[in-house]
Structure formats: C-alpha cells, structure tokens
Design a protein around this ligand. Structure first.
Ligand code: GAL
Length: 673
C-alpha cells in the first residue's frame, strides 16, 4: 500500500508551529495548564503533540484506563485555539506490561532478555506487544477520533531498526527469507554460502549473527526494517479503521537508525522528522547548515512533497558531546531553513522543560525559569509570528532539476563491507560533499534513494559511492542517460548487486558501456602520498580511494599525477542522447564546487538567483519565496544587481545590495505583488 494516498485527510493549509506537550508530567501542578494556555497564545503555537510517552498514565494496569487528564488537555487546548497531534504510546512501554509479558522486551543474540528500562526498545514481532498496542490505540481512536482538535496521528516515537533476536523474531525472519528466496538453494546462491563452508540445508539453521556472510547481514537489516514497517501497520490498523479521515504518520530521525526510510515513507501519509543539528559546535556553521539542508531535502524527497519538522530544540539539547545554545538569530534562521527546504511546520521538543529524568537539562520553550521573559521564549514567539505571515507557503512544492542519490541500504552494505580502506568510508559525508556543491551555488537539489523514484523528472543525477547497484537501478540509469540525462558517478560505484555479490568483468557493473570505461581496481591512498590530479588548469587533491580505470570510449578530463601517473581522474562520455561522467577518487570540496558549476552551465541547470552567493550563505526557493540565509557569524553584503527583487512579506523593493547580520535571513521574491 502507498499510505500517502491510501487514506487520511489533509492537514490545515497554514504552517504549523508547535511542540511536544508532555502534560502527563505536570498533573500534580494544577496551575500549569492554565499558564501554558496563555503562553501558547503568546508564542503563536498552534499545534501540540500530546500523549507520546503517557502509556503508564493512560493504562496503569492491564485494562485499567484513565483518560480524564487527556480529555481535559484536549478540551482546553481546543478552546484555546490549538490543534492536536495525538501520539500512540508504544514508544515507551509501562512496567506492568514488561513484567506480565516479558516477551515484549527485546533479546540479545546470546539469548538474554533485556530488562525493562528506557524506551524505544520493544520487540516489534511480539504478539503480546502488538495486541497491547492495538488495544490502547483502539481506545484512543474511539475516544478522540472525532475530536475537532485532532489533525494527525503520531504513531509511536522515533522507531528504529534495533535488532531483536528472540524466538518470535527469528521465526519471522526465516519466514521472510522463505518468501524472498522460495528455495534454500536460491538463498545459498544469493548469499554465496560456499565461502567458509556456510551452506544451509534448512531454513531452521539460519541465525542472523554471522558478519562473514554479507548477504545474511544485509537481509537481516532489511528484515528488521520491514518488521518495523509491519509493526507500524499493526498498530495503525485501528486508527486507519476507526478514523479514516485522520492522516497517520510517525516521526523519522536521521537516516542511520537501521530503517529504510525510502521504503517506510511509502506507508505514511506525510513524512515527519526530528531535526537536531550541531550548531556552533565546531565553529563551522556552514558545514552544519549544508548537512541539515541535505537531511531536509532527503525528507522532502522521500515522497517528493512537503514534510513536517516534528521536533527541533528551541535552545540546546543535552545529549551531544558539546550542546550549544543557539546564538542570536539562529533560532529563526534554522526554523526558516526547514521551511525553505519544504517543511510545513516548525515544532519543538518540547513545550515545557522536564523537571526530572534524563532530559531535565534539555531546553524547551518554557524553561525551568517558567515565564515568557526568557531569550528562548522571545525567539520562539518571533518565529511564530513569522510563520503566521508565511501561511501561503504551506503545501507548496519544489522542482529540483538535480538529485544526489543517497541510498540507505547502500549505506548498510558499505558498512558491512571490508574494503581495502575501512577507516574513512564516509558514505554520507561523500554524498553531502556533492550535495554541498549545489547548495553553495543555490541550485535546488533533491536527495533521493535508488528505489521508489522516477528519475526522468531530473536533468542531473549524481551517484556518489553507489557501491550496491541494484540491477533495476542500473537499468533506470541507462534509460535516464540514453534519453538525454546527465549522470555523474563517483568512485566505488556499481561494485555489488542487490545480494552483495560482486559484479564480474569491470565496474560500474551493468553500466560500463554507459560510462565508456571499466574500473579494473581501486587503490587506497595513504595520507603521506599527497595524490593530486590536474583539471581546469590546476591541481586538486585526491584522498582515500582512487579507481584505476580503463577507458573504453570515455575521455579523460583530468589525470592523476604520481604515484597514479596518467590514470584518468575524471572522465566524460556521450552515451546516446545523454552524458555520463565518472569521478575516480574522493576529492576536495573546492573541486566539486568547480566541477558542478561547469556542469550546470553546460547542461542548462540554473541556480535560483543569478548573483554570486557568498560563502556561508544559502539561497533556497519555495514557491515564489526566495530565502537568503546567512549562516556566518559575521555580517555579509550581497550584490543583487542583475534583477529586481521585493520583500516577500512587505512587497517593498530590495536595493542592489542586501546586508545580512550574523545568522540573519531575508525572504524576497522576484514577483511584484
Ligand atoms: C528526540 C525524541 C524526543 C526527545 C528529543 C530530545 O529524539 O523523539 O522524545 O528525547 O529527542 O532531543
């Protein structure tokens, strides 16, 4: 099913501004709700996510329910003008449940059951856990499904793919394998089990704890992810059935939690994610902004439509090595960055700072200080008033012509692989480096998976380190290129197929004719070697990996110097109507910026503004709004001579120079009101 269109009504046509409201933590403080209602109005908060970790309050023992406190919360928020996103509570199970049915806790590979503790750690296969979730979710749907404040279901919290090795999971995995491979011989061939005498003769022999069998590890990761999606369906079933008009979602995280979000996204009505960048951590906020832009665009690209930023911190978090407060301006800037990249909301963890527990030093909109007279509160209120003015942006889409492929399963395969260089694989960083070149130029760029996406909508597709190249993806790339597309691959692309078996006869497998070359071997570059290549009349550094290629029609645009003398470093090949480029090594950011600038000029892909964008400044366009954002800690002057611009909000003309204070932004448009 593709949940995005299966059911679920639509969200309001304004930008949401909200927070997690863990009201259950404040039930012993009767004044808090009244005070919160006033403060919420002052911040322009129009939505609250409630009930996320409230199971032990909702059901204090099996079948013993109390909803009065939540009824009270619903009614007061509604009367106060706020919408509600209601969470199902499965993210954190009550202790009575773990004690009565120990199978709801996960098991280690050595067969040890985890004790009840923490959160986000239930067994996703457990029949008892699924039953308990369905029961409580049914009650919630029956009680609140028609409440006029309810706009969205927030199913569970931050699911992950953490494996559980209990007997129910292992049995489900074996069934999953049987469905996938049908016969044990097909599985043996796919997993290459003659290596180290690993042949299986029965499904019952398979146990997923052998990192020497890459096919097994990858399938176990796929299964763990699929099982989570299956769990999501199981616990969403009563919501979908009882409240078919209320959309259903769950909050995603950064893509390194063991879930194939490209696939998961096909099952939710709207993508949501929790965004926690490390601002001011290293002194290089441009890099943090590029990474955050990459992650926002990834979320946008899962379904190619607007998403919600379900969580972000209004101040500092308390779980990074060094958790910094946001400097003046950064709160509104980072919130607007989300909107510029396609978010229809700015939401926080959390509304009111916890008094106890592991998150008591995590900032919130209302801090322990407890009033509206705080820096954080004022900045949140400022953001709220800006969001209100930007209402017309809600629901608008972006149309990038370039896309970087960042494929989550490919990341798993690369992590599993033992390569000649293992200490600096840096797959995500490599993708961000290519994306960063587009970001710096102000060229809109999607971040797509290899699957679930139609490539034909793009002009340029970039494949950095697409080590696991599914045959189906290779075919899509071939068609894309022959029909006039521009494809760029960077080293270590097309090494293995979907089963993690190496392609024979030169790489990129299945695409050597499209690129007009074949990689014969890959060398590891040691730091002392200072490898460089020449291109555009200058030298560029190469690091870590360099593919040694044999040209088969492609032209070398750049060549390595010693010790890789004469090997092509960058190639291009005209394949039918399109062009295929190959970058043979990891290289410096400045090279990528130059390369993609030339590429965009040559292939008619344009930035959203015609002027030079200074370092540390991001320009993103959404509908008619052009967001010009300064991530520098210093003031910036930008010359915008070529064209006439107006303030997006006020309509007044913008002069030929824009000056932005540190961490400031301006939203402009080239359409006169
Ligand atoms: C999120 C989580 C929240 C809260 C927050 C703190 O990952 O969903 O419940 O823990 O982190 O930053």
């Amino acid at each position: 099913m593709t949940g995005s269109s299966e059911s679920g009504g639509s969200l309001p046509r304004f930008l949401l501004h909200g927070a997690d409201y863990n009201y259950e933590q404040w039930l012993d403080f009767p004044d808090v709700l009244d005070s919160d209602l006033v403060l919420m109005r002052e911040t322009g908060v129009n939505v609250l996510a409630v009930g996320i970790f409230s199971w032990s309050r909702l059901e204090s023992n099996e079948g013993v329910y109390s909803f009065d406190w939540l009824d009270n919360c619903f009614d007061h928020l509604y009367k106060n003008g706020q919408k509600i996103i209601l969470a199902t509570p499965s993210g954190s199970k009550p202790v009575w449940l773990s004690q009565k049915y120990p199978e709801v806790c996960q098991m280690t590979a050595s067969g040890v059951r985890h004790p009840h503790s923490g959160r986000h750690n239930h067994c996703r296969t457990s029949v008892k856990y699924r039953e308990a979730c369905v029961k409580i979710n049914t009650k919630l749907a029956q009680r609140y499904g028609t409440h006029p404040a309810l706009i969205l279901w927030h199913v569970s919290n931050e699911y992950n793919g953490m494996p559980c090795f209990c007997p129910q999971c292992i049995a489900a995995f074996r069934t999953w394998l049987e469905n996938r491979y049908k016969t044990i011989d097909t599985l043996n061939a796919a997993w290459y089990t003659d290596f180290w005498s690993h042949r299986f003769t029965s499904w019952q022999q398979i146990f997923p704890a052998d990192p020497s069998i890459h096919g097994l590890m990858l399938d176990w990761q796929r299964f763990s992810s699929d099982q989570c999606i299956d769990f999501f369906h199981a616990e969403s079933e009563p919501l979908r059935r009882i409240t078919p008009d209320v959309p259903v979602t769950t909050n995603f995280q950064k893509p390194d939690v063991g879930l194939d979000y490209h696939k998961f996204a096909q099952h939710v009505d709207i993508v949501c994610w929790d965004n926690y960048p490390e601002w001011h951590r290293t002194g290089d906020d441009e890099s943090a902004a590029i990474k955050t832009g990459f992650l926002h665009d990834l979320c946008y690209s899962y379904l190619g439509k607007p998403f919600l930023m379900m969580e972000s911190s209004p101040g500092a978090v308390n779980w990074q090595g060094v958790s910094k407060k946001k400097r003046k301006g950064m709160h509104t800037l980072s919130s607007m960055q989300a909107v510029a990249h396609g978010s229809d909301s700015v939401q926080y963890f959390q509304w009111r700072q916890s008094r106890g527990g592991i998150e008591k030093f995590h900032d919130a909109v209302v801090t322990h200080f407890g009033t509206n007279d705080t820096r954080i509160f004022r900045e949140v209120a400022e953001t709220g008033s800006l969001l209100k003015k930007l209402a017309s942006i809600a629901g608008t889409v972006k149309n990038a012509q370039a896309a970087v492929v960042y494929d989550i399963q490919n990341g798993w395969a690369l992590d599993n692989a033992q390569l000649p260089l293992n200490i600096e694989k840096n797959y995500q960083e490599e993708c961000i480096a290519h994306y960063g070149a587009f970001w710096k130029m102000g060229v809109p760029c999607d971040v797509i998976g290899a699957q679930y996406i139609d490539y034909s909508r793009y002009r340029i597709i970039v494949l950095p380190m697409l080590y696991m190249l599914r045959e189906e993806t290779a075919e899509k790339i071939r068609r894309f290129t022959e029909q006039g597309g521009v494809v760029v691959a960077a080293f270590l692309t097309g090494i293995v197929n979907e089963s993690d078996l190496c392609y024979l006869g030169g790489t990129p497998g299945k695409l050597t004719d499209v690129f007009g070359l074949a990689v014969e071997e890959t060398e590891t570059i040691a730091e002392y070697e200072n490898l460089v290549f020449k291109m555009y009349g200058q030298s560029w550094k190469a690091f870590h990996y360099s593919d040694r290629v044999r040209l088969g029609g492609a032209q070398a645009l750049g060549k390595f110097e010693k010790p890789e003398d004469g090997f092509p470093a960058v190639t291009s090949y005209k394949y039918k109507e399109g062009t295929a480029y190959y970058i043979c090594a990891r290289t410096e950011q400045n090279f990528l910026s130059k390369f993609y600038k030339e590429l965009c000029i040559k292939h008619d892909v344009f930035p959203c503004v015609p002027w030079e964008i200074p370092a540390g400044v991001s320009v993103q366009k959404r509908a008619d709004a052009i967001f010009v954002m300064n991530f520098n800690s210093h003031e910036i002057d930008i010359s915008v001579n070529e064209k006439k611009y107006y303030s997006f909000l006020g309509g007044e003309a913008v002069g030929s120079k824009i000056t932005l204070a540190p961490y400031d932004l301006i939203i402009i448009t080239d359409k006169k009101a």
